[in-house]
Design a binder for this molecule. Structure first.
Ligand code: AGP
Length: 659
């Protein structure tokens, strides 16, 4: 998804601000992007060299750089994943040509674009300018009424030059500034703030916005509806970004904008208002991630690092919940025990890997807690008219806490008066703030687009929740619970043992490196593991991979099984092992190659496979936490063998903030 950064820095040269913008855009890269751009308001004192030619309203200089008469410089690149490198070169040339004298204050904005409306070309890359070249904006989200707004703007004489839904915002702000009677007198930061308030009131859809105006030197105005936006503050620097990792290197003094809030910022000045202009006090965020956690630290890529961080992600998620005396505590969810006892039905909702974690939870909640549990993809649940009431617990599962489909489904649940609990990795994320209760996974920042450690942490948190409910509602004996807690506590060590098989998994990837059709099958809790294994292979290795409930194969998909197809079975010892083996026999009989996830030393399973992925034994309902790991590694090695960038797979975004 698009990434936004805005900066205002005191006692800075242009190069300082461009460096901060570039660095922050690099840390937003993982969200997925196809083009990028920056804009800075040029203070006259900064210009010591020859001012570059070009004028924003009249078009671009040949290299794609733009400078308006009113001193906003813009550079863009639509070179796909090479955009940030190209942009860095343009910034260097610009600084060389205009000079780099320190000035009182410099403001700028930057953007990585993940195309929705309009092709990934430079004209559609952000920042986007108003006609007079005085206002530059960056936008994440979708403006649903852009067509009507654009038609009206054109009637009023504005010239729209991009194919985007976002450009109207710059023109609307320009119009509002022009209508403002106090033209060219008074506080221009305040004038921009008011113009943005009027503009966002006219917008339908979702937006995270950052705006600079050449006449409001050093001021950044930002606004949010649905799409996330975080503000970071230091004594001489303010930053606004789409997510926390982009800000971690500068400050932990952060707050998140809420829906329909607008903020006006300069170092030493902050004014936060609601959409009507009433002032609000920001609520600080509590972020305990450190900068190193969001860096590669010598690993080849983030995905590999994050796969190896899984033992600690699970250990940290258990910490403080699993007490040394073998009992469980879950005070932090904000629900009283009576409220949790009153629940009659559970819905679990999420997308992608988070949905798969929710599927595992359905099995465990129904089995341990004896509560009817539905699990649904967020984008489906939201629009299928589900029936909920105050005795329904809706559990939203989301690594980012920002996925728009899940956020909307949870809002629908709240509208129906259900109790909403969120399992998320991001403290104070939108879902965490809006939910009635939160259960944080403690996996640390996940930068690789493919979820790995956060997925395991989600399953862990959901298993803890299920056991807590079982204890509270008396559906499991105390002794059963304490045995399960002991088994949970052993998982970090068993994950380390699983990761020790990495080299063998790499050999299995070599063995099937030429295959291009994979079926992942499993039964019971092995079924969501199969779906997750297939998702990993699709998203990073770009291979045809289908995930199926093993028993369903013979109802159609088995027609696709033939020599050359690889069937990956989740064959650790559960109640349904024999039945799964029957399904494996069916695919073998039709010529498929078979790879099985099996418990360490289980020769009976190994005899039925062309290759084995070993995992330690655990309680069958905890097994997904181990079983998925070799499938993540298999996808990883196949992706690397195919020469893919595992951290930034094509077409994907880490956090999906459009529906
Ligand atoms: C997983 O590898 C994916 N990148 C994706 O399916 C992800 O799980 C999904 O978009 C949900 O994101 P969330 O957990 O942040 O809500």
């Amino acid at each position: 998804m698009c990434g936004i950064i805005a900066v205002s820095k005191r006692t800075a040269a242009l190069a300082d601000v461009l460096d901060i913008l570039r660095g922050a855009l690099e840390s937003l890269e993982y969200r997925g992007y196809d083009s990028a751009g920056v804009a800075v308001v040029i203070p006259p004192e900064a210009v010591t060299g020859k001012a570059p030619a070009g004028k924003a309203s009249a078009g671009k200089a040949p290299d794609g750089q733009e400078v308006s008469d009113d001193k906003i410089w813009i550079a863009k690149s639509a070179a796909g994943t090479g955009s940030l490198n190209e942009l860095a070169k343009k910034c260097e040339q610009f600084v060389l040509s205009v000079g780099n004298a320190p000035t009182d204050i410099v403001a700028g904005i930057g953007h990585t674009r993940w195309a929705t409306h309009g092709r990934p070309i430079e004209a559609n890359a952000h920042p986007l300018m108003s006609c007079n070249g005085e206002v530059a904006i960056v936008h994440n989200g979708i403006i649903e009424n852009y067509f009507e707004l654009g038609a009206q703007l054109q009637k009023d004489g504005h010239e729209l030059t991009s194919e985007t839904d976002s450009e109207v915002i710059a023109h609307l702000i320009e119009s509002e500034l022009a209508k403002d009677g106090s033209a060219d007198v008074g506080d221009n930061g305040e004038r921009l703030h008011k113009a943005v308030l009027k503009t966002v009131a006219a917008l339908k859809g979702s937006f995270a916005l950052a705006i600079v105006w050449s006449k409001a030197e050093g001021t950044v105005v930002a606004a949010r509806r649905i799409s996330p936006l975080i503000v970071g503050i230091t004594s001489d620097l303010i930053l606004v970004a789409s997510d926390i990792p982009a800000l971690l290197g500068y400050t932990r003094e952060l707050f998140a904008l809420e829906d329909d809030q607008v903020v006006q910022l300069r170092p030493g000045f902050l004014k936060l208002t609601d959409i009507k202009g009433a002032e609000i006090e920001p609520t600080p965020m509590n972020v305990d991630w450190d900068v190193q956690a969001a860096q590669r630290q010598g690993w080849d890529d983030f995905m590999c690092k994050e796969i190896h961080e899984q033992p600690s992600a699970v250990r940290d998620t258990l910490m403080g919940r699993l007490l040394p005396n073998g009992t469980l505590t879950l005070d932090e969810t904000r629900f009283s025990d009576d409220e949790l006892r009153s629940i009659e039905k559970v819905f679990i909702v999420g997308c992608g890997s988070s949905f798969h974690a929710g599927m595992v939870a359905k099995y465990v909640i129904e089995h341990w807690v004896r509560l009817t549990t539905e699990v649904d993809i967020a984008s489906e649940l939201r629009y299928r008219d589900p029936i909920m009431d105050s005795r329904t617990l809706v559990v939203g599962v989301s690594q980012s806490g920002e996925t728009i489909d899940t956020l909307r489904a949870l809002r629908e649940a709240k509208r129906q008066k259900a109790k909403v609990l969120v399992v998320t990795n991001v403290v104070d994320s939108s879902m965490a703030r809006e939910a009635d209760g939160v259960l944080y996974t403690r996996a640390g920042p996940e930068i690789g687009v493919a979820s790995t450690k956060t997925h395991l942490a989600q399953i862990t948190a959901l298993e803890i929740l299920a056991l807590y409910l079982a204890e509270l509602r008396g559906t499991l004996y105390r002794q059963e619970i304490s045995q399960l807690l002991k088994a949970l506590a052993k998982l970090p060590l068993k994950l380390e043992q699983t990761l020790a098989h990495e080299a063998e998994v790499s050999l299995v990837a070599d063995q099937f490196g030429q295959a291009n059709t994979f079926f992942f099958i499993g039964r019971h809790v092995g079924y969501p593991v199969a779906l997750e294994g297939a998702l990993k292979l699709k998203e990073i290795a770009y291979l045809q991979a289908q995930g199926y409930a093993a028993g369903e194969l013979k109802h159609g998909p088995i027609a696709l099984i033939e020599p050359g197809v690889v069937v990956v079975g989740v064959a650790t010892r559960t109640l349904l092992w024999e039945k799964l083996m029957a399904n494996i026999a069916e695919v073998r009989a039709r010529g498929a190659s078979v790879v099985l996830v099996a418990n360490q030393g289980d020769t009976e399973t190994a005899e039925r496979a062309d290759a084995v992925l070993w995992v330690p034994t655990t309680h069958p309902l905890l097994a997904p936490i181990l079983d998925i790991v070799p499938l993540q590694m298999l996808a990883y090695f196949l992706a690397i063998k195919h020469g893919n960038n595992v951290d930034k797979p094509r077409n994907l975004a880490k956090t999906v903030t459009v529906e």
